[in-house]
Each structure stands twice: as C-alpha cells, then as structure tokens.
Design a protein around this ligand. Sequence first.
Ligand SMILES: Cc1cc2nc3c(=O)[nH]c(=O)nc-3n(C[C@H](O)[C@H](O)[C@H](O)COP(=O)(O)OP(=O)(O)OC[C@H]3O[C@@H](n4cnc5c(N)ncnc54)[C@H](O)[C@@H]3O)c2cc1C
Length: 459
Amino acid sequence: MAWGSYSEPMSAAPATKTPRPRILIVGGGYVGLYTAMRLLKKLRDDEAVVTVVNPRSYMTYQPFIPEAAAGAVSPRHVVVPLRRVLRGAEIIAAKVTEINHASRTATVQPLEGDAYPLAYDHLVMAVGSVSRTLPIPGLAEWATGFKTVEEAIQLRNRVLECLDIAESTHSPEIRERNLNFVVVGGGYAGVEALAELEDMARYATRYYPGIDADEVKFHLVEATGQILPEVGPEMGVWTLEQLRKRGIDVKLETRLESCVGGHVVLSDGTEFDAETVVWTAGVKASPVLQKTDLPLNERGRLLADATLRVVGTTNAWGAGDGTAVPDLSTDDHRECAPNAQHAVRQSKVLADNLIAALHGSAMHEYKHKYVGSVAGLGLYKGVANVYGIKVKGVPAWFLHRTYHMSRVPTLNRKVRVIVDWTMALFFKREIVSLWSMHEPFNEFQAAAAPPARRVPPAA
Ligand SMILES: Cc1cc2nc3c(=O)[nH]c(=O)nc-3n(C[C@H](O)[C@H](O)[C@H](O)COP(=O)(O)OP(=O)(O)OC[C@H]3O[C@@H](n4cnc5c(N)ncnc54)[C@H](O)[C@@H]3O)c2cc1C
C-alpha cells in the first residue's frame, strides 16, 4: 500500500467552518452527482452541508460523448448543470489541489485568485480518472484525448475542417494528411469515437464532390490482440469485422511509436502523416490523489473497502474510477473496473453508508455483478452483450440508445436528448465545421491590427 504525499497548505488563513457538519464531495462527475443527489434527498437540511467542488459547473454524461462528436446529440444536452440539479448543495467551481485528512482540510484552488483551505467533517473522493498517456514523442503536442465534451466538439469541428482543407488544396500531401484520422486504443471510448466519427465523415463526403469517400482513411491502433473487450471476445471479433468492412484500417498488436508534427510511426513499420490523432488508450486515477495523506494502491487508486470507506479512516469515502473497490462478485475480490456501471451503483451505497455513519446505524457492502456492455458504432449500428445476450446491428444500436436514455440523469436531459434524436430523423445531419470557434479572437485581432501597406519598389 502506498500513501499519497501531502504538504502543508500555503495559506495560513483559518479553514472555512460551518455550524453543521460539512460533507465535502471532491468531483462532480458520476460519483459526485449521484452521491450528492442521494444525500440531499435523504438528509434533513439541519443534518449536514453538502459541498461539491468541481472545476466545471456541470457533470458530463460520458457515454454520450461519441454521439456529441458525431453531432447526433447537442453537446449542451450531454452535460447536467450541477447548480440546478443539486439545489440545497454548496457548489464551488474550483479544483481541490491537496487534502490533509489528518486535519480534515482540503486546499481549494478557485478558477481565479488564491487557493484557500476548506474544513470538512466527511470527505467523498469522486475525482475519477484522466487519460493514461505514455512518453511517446509528439503525443502531448499533437494528439487529443476523448474524455470531455469540449474534446468531442473540438474533434467534430476538426474532422469537418479537415474535409474543407483537403478539398480546397492543390497539394496532394496536405490533402492526404488531412484525410488520415488515427484513433489509438480499442476500448469502448476509442471504438465508439472512431465509429461515430467515421460514420459522420463518410456521410459528409456526399457534400464534397472533390473527395471520394474511400479517400477518407480512419485507422484504429490497438496494442492487444482484440478490440472492445467490454462486450466479450465473440462480439469483439464481430465488431472488428464490421469496422474492416467499412474500410477502417484496424491494426491489432500494434503500438503508436511517435507522431511528431503529425508524422505517425507505428510499431509494424507503417508511417504516414495525419492531422488528427486521438488517444483513448486507457485511464489512470486522477493525480490529485497523490496529493493527499490517504492510502493508495500501486496504480494510484484510492484504497476503499466494500462499504466504500477509505481503508484506515472513519470518515473518508471513495468510489468510481479513482477508487479501488473490491469486487465481491468475483472469487478473488479483484478491484472493480473503472466504468459508469460501477460508479452509479457505488454512489448509492456510499451515500447510504455515509448516512448510516452519521446516524450510527449499520452499513452495507457493495456487490454488483457486471452485466455487460452496449456500444454505438454509428447511426443504426451497434453491438451489445448484456446478461450474456448478444445483440448486433440495428437492434443493438436501439438498445444502446434506450439504455443510455434511461440512464442519463434528470428528465430534462432525457427529453432534450430524445428531441435531438427525433429531429435527426426528419432533418439531414449537420455537416458544418465551426473550427474558428476554437480561435474566436483571430478575426477581430486581424481587423484591429494596423494594415500592412505594400511598399512600392524604388524607381
Ligand atoms: C467516451 C467515453 C465513453 C464511455 N462510455 C461508457 C459506457 O458506455 N459505459 C460505462 O459503464 N462507462 C463508460 N465510460 C466510463 C464512465 O464514464 C466512467 O467510468 C465514469 O464517468 C466514472 O465516474 P467518476 O465519477 O469516477 O468520474 P467522472 O465522471 O470522470 O468524474 C470525475 C469528476 O471529478 C472532477 N475532478 C477531477 N479532479 C478534481 C479535483 N482535483 N478537484 C475537483 N474536481 C476534480 C472532474 O473534473 C470530473 O468532473 C465512458 C467514458 C468515456 C470517456
């Protein structure tokens, strides 16, 4: 067991105290949102203050990120506004940078201004995970992740912008580079991102008479010998065949060696230029856990027991991607995999056990048998393996949508997503790139800059 390292907070100001005990939830994703919702529902107002610290004012429903990238769902509809849903909670748009659990103090770094200490009585670590990267030359500068809605919007605009660039240039090199799209990592995030973007790009080429659909090359690079392990080996092989039938170049047992300046080099010797490289090769526990005095395992996940309480503590709790929770449904009690299925169910048990601790009543252990997975592979395409029932194609796509519809938090979001899908049935897909929104000041700065006068050559 390793312990996170903690150094004294820089500010000597007294930690903010409340007359009621404070339950501090660090992170406003799946675990943060669902835990806070349940605590607010079950606790009386005078029993505790629920404080949620999250850098963004919304929770992201990550399974819809691929559909947001493809334009099937509006990006605003895949996020849940914390202030509206968690009425009665204190929401702080900030990052926690350190935790000194011995003194029950978190250091909070607001969006602007100095960091300050925040005192708490109970701590819920719900910080999730970040992309797990490797020291691959060019990766940090050239590639993009696929964990946030901002990355999804950026990627959608980029793919469409690449089509615009490819069609408008006279340079074969620029054209080829812009028509190569690389996704590294064959888990559900990578496969869904690749499949949805390819589907969108293929559709968009109808409106680009200068680009043949077969010129658009999507490459999936996976280090192991299979893709989509979440749906089991048989469905993984089926998905692989489907992707290859669509002309997608899937390379198994292959690694990205480098992508300096967009020049992609793979371990099988293949080299080509690609403007777009997406990295989805796994996640690791949020690095802020290292800045705590709480116990961590060798992969940096917080160590919790099956009641979701952090090992060796009475009032620190953890769940979701950032926490190693023993999976009591397995013989060896290996740790639960990082997925939404566990995160949502763990939140319920965590909130109930935290309330039990406050009331001095009995706690329960978390036990959930993984039920399988559903994945969207583009419009009317999908794959699923749920409770051992294997489903492919349109029925799996329908199952994927129905399942996530039932899961996306709040009625408000469910209705908005259904409206997006219904509109898409009646109207054609949007194929406009708003790439310039990523550089919104350029136009004004160019207008404001003094015009450079052309100097006539001396007579
Ligand atoms: C593209 C994609 C598709 C997916 N599809 C599926 C699927 O189909 N099925 C499935 O089961 N799972 C899926 N997942 C995985 C699932 O979304 C995660 O397992 C789940 O979000 C984990 O919940 P969490 O609360 O632990 O972390 P998150 O939901 O990631 O929330 C963590 C929160 O903590 C915040 N945070 C981090 N550090 C700090 C800090 N220092 N201070 C304050 N706040 C902080 C983050 O900003 C974030 O809001 C998918 C993931 C992705 C990326």
